[in-house]
Every structure is written in C-alpha cells, then in structure tokens.
Ligand binder design. Structure first.
Ligand SMILES: Nc1ncnc2c1ncn2[C@@H]1O[C@H](COP(=O)(O)OP(=O)(O)O)[C@@H](O)[C@H]1O
Ligand SMILES: [Mg+2]
Length: 317
C-alpha cells in the first residue's frame, strides 16, 4: 500500500486581476510505504501546493484527479487518516516565552497523548537537554527540530516535511538532515521530504520524485534517477500505469510517468520489465526504446537559475 498516491491532480490558483496560474498540471506522484522519499523541484515548481493538497489545506481543481493518503481518498476520508499524518509545512507556532517541553506538553495534552510521549519526542529530535530553555532562545535549527517533534507526537505513519532546512545555518541543516535520516531508518514512519536542493535529496533520501512546473518528470530510487539518465529508457504502455509503476519500482526500476504510459529508466534488458509486470498480472500493450528525450526535460530542470543544482549551504565546497 503506497503512503501517497496522486493521479492527474491539477491545481489552478485564481488571482484577482491576474491570469489564473496552474501550479499543478495533471501531477502524478507515488510514494511507496517506508523510508525517506524526496520531493525535488526548483522554487515555484509546486511542492508546497502538492503538500497542501495532500493535507486538505487547499482543494485541487475539480474533476479528473485522484488523491490517496495512506490508502484513503482525500479530501473525502481525510478525517480518518489525518491522525496518522504529521506535517511541518510552515514554521510552527509555539509560545515564545514557554520552554520547549511545555510547548510540546500543551500540544500532547490537547491531543490526549501521554506526557511520556513528549519526552520520547524530545529525545528523538535531540532536544532533551535543552527542553527547559525558552522557545524564543532556541536557534532556528532547534525551533525547526521542535516543530518536527510536534509533528511526531502522535506517532504518524506518514511524516511530511516541507523544506525543513530552509533558512538554517550549516550546523542546523546538518542536525535536521541527521534527524530525518534517523527517522527513515526507524522503519515505522514514511517520510516525504520536499527540497529544492539536489544534494540534500542525495544525502537523505532513498527514493525521489522530480517536479518541474507542476509535473513529475522522474521518479524512482535516488541513485538511478540522478545517475546515468537518458540511456536505456523504455516507454511502456499498460492499462493501469499507476499499478504498473508500483510493481516496477518495487522491482528496483526507476520509473517516470509519460503521456498515457510510463518511461522506465536504465533498462539493460526489456525482458526484465515484461517479467516483472507479468508476475503481477499486468500485461503490456506496448514496449518501445526511447531516445534520450527525458534527459532534456531533466537538464531544463536542473539547469534553471533556481534549480536543484544550485549552491547548497549545507555542503562544503
Ligand atoms: N496562494 C497562491 N496564490 C497564487 N499563486 C500561488 C499561491 N501559492 C503558490 N502559488 C504559485 O504556484 C506556483 C507553485 O508554488 P509552490 O507550490 O509554493 O512551489 P514550491 O513549493 O515548489 O516552491 C508558484 O508559481 C507560486 O507562485
Ligand atoms: Mg515551497
């Protein structure tokens, strides 16, 4: 069961006196259960909008698209799943004059959680020895980690973090990255981490989806998506591309949605695709080798001024 599934989801912002802006353009996104999944794209590519749609904070355009979170349709069944989803989308609001511990205790109390859970979360984010300091005295990195602790209180099965290292100094970035890696190894929680920094995704994530102009242009294991692109790409047409993408990703392939089908990357022998899909009861309608067309989409993405190839303050030059 995937943690997150978006199929052909669009979101158009309508702004007074300005033309409507399509922030998500028939976006397909698949996040398998477990590990840390990166959501990589330049600024303005639609990462925050996607996350807001997943959390029911904004409505997707009506008609067509489908969204599932922890296998429940969103927004219809959101009340059933929201208790299993933790999120850090903006800088969370805490009482500046209260200690980190008291801030978490108030949240835990409001959610009917035991005090012991507060201590566990303080340990998890490595703030236990600063828990009696006032929030306003925390560094930005500590504030962000307290925000992650707050999102972890209810032991979410899905943790969504929207650019959690934005604005942090190098030490803060390192601490937040270590924390996310640790959470990923924990096993119980699937982490969806958005970032505009390629290096961050490479350091932290197991799998990645690359977003540009509201569309997903590549998806799969980080090493395969980010290395050796454009060689051995194969176009696959199947009746149910979402199901097929899941099967192929589980079989270790890097997969991107393409018009009406899937592109499978770095395929040594197309027979492997046929075997994996047939093994899951999915039968091919078409299989065709591609010239490296997708690579130009990828280059356009990473070559952009604000693209993920940009300087990363967290990585020494
Ligand atoms: N509330 C809004 N009203 C109008 N346009 C918006 C709004 N929020 C985001 N946008 C636009 O939608 C696009 C995607 O934004 P966003 O989802 O924030 O991207 P990202 O998080 O990847 O930087 C951008 O062009 C942005 O300007
Ligand atoms: Mg954003």
């Amino acid at each position: 069961m995937p943690a997150v599934q978006m199929t052909a989801v669009s979101k158009t912002y309508r702004r007074r006196g300005r033309p409507p802006h399509r922030a998500l353009d028939r976006l397909d996104l698949l996040v398998e259960d477990g590990g840390v999944h990166g959501f990589l794209g330049p600024n303005g590519s639609g990462k925050t909008t996607s996350i807001r749609v997943l959390l029911g904070l904004v409505a997707a355009d009506p008609g067509g698209g489908a969204i599932r979170v922890l296998d429940q349709p969103v927004p219809d069944r959101l009340p059933d799943v929201i208790g299993s989803v933790g999120a850090l989308v903006e800088t969370p609001l805490f009482f500046p004059g209260f200690t980190g511990r008291l801030n978490l205790q108030l949240l835990a109390e409001a959610a009917g959680l035991p005090r012991a859970r507060v201590e566990e979360c303080l340990e998890l984010v490595d703030l236990a020895d600063r828990a009696e300091d006032r929030f306003k005295g925390y560094s930005l990195g500590m504030k962000q980690r307290l925000g992650i602790a707050a999102a972890l209180l209810k032991q979410p099965r899905l943790l969504i973090l929207d650019e959690p290292s934005n604005g942090l100094d190098p030490a803060g970035i390192r601490d937040v990255r270590e924390l996310i890696r640790r959470l990923g190894r924990h096993g119980r929680t699937t982490v969806l981490l958005s970032s505009h920094l390629l290096s961050e995704i490479q350091q932290v994530c197991d799998s990645v989806s690359i977003l540009t102009r509201g569309r997903c242009v590549a998806s799969g294991p980080v090493a395969e998506v980010l290395a050796g692109r454009g060689s051995g790409d194969v176009l696959v047409q199947v009746p149910d591309p979402v199901a097929a993408a899941g099967v192929l990703q589980r079989a270790g392939f890097a997969v991107s949605p393409a018009d009406g089908g899937l592109v499978v990357h770095a395929v040594a022998s197309p027979g492997e695709i046929t075997r994996a899909l047939a093994g899951a009861g999915i039968y091919l309608e078409e299989l065709r080798r591609l010239t490296p067309d997708l690579e130009s989409a990828f280059l356009a993405l990473t070559g952009g001024e604000h693209g993920p190839a940009g300087a990363d303050p967290g990585t020494p030059a």
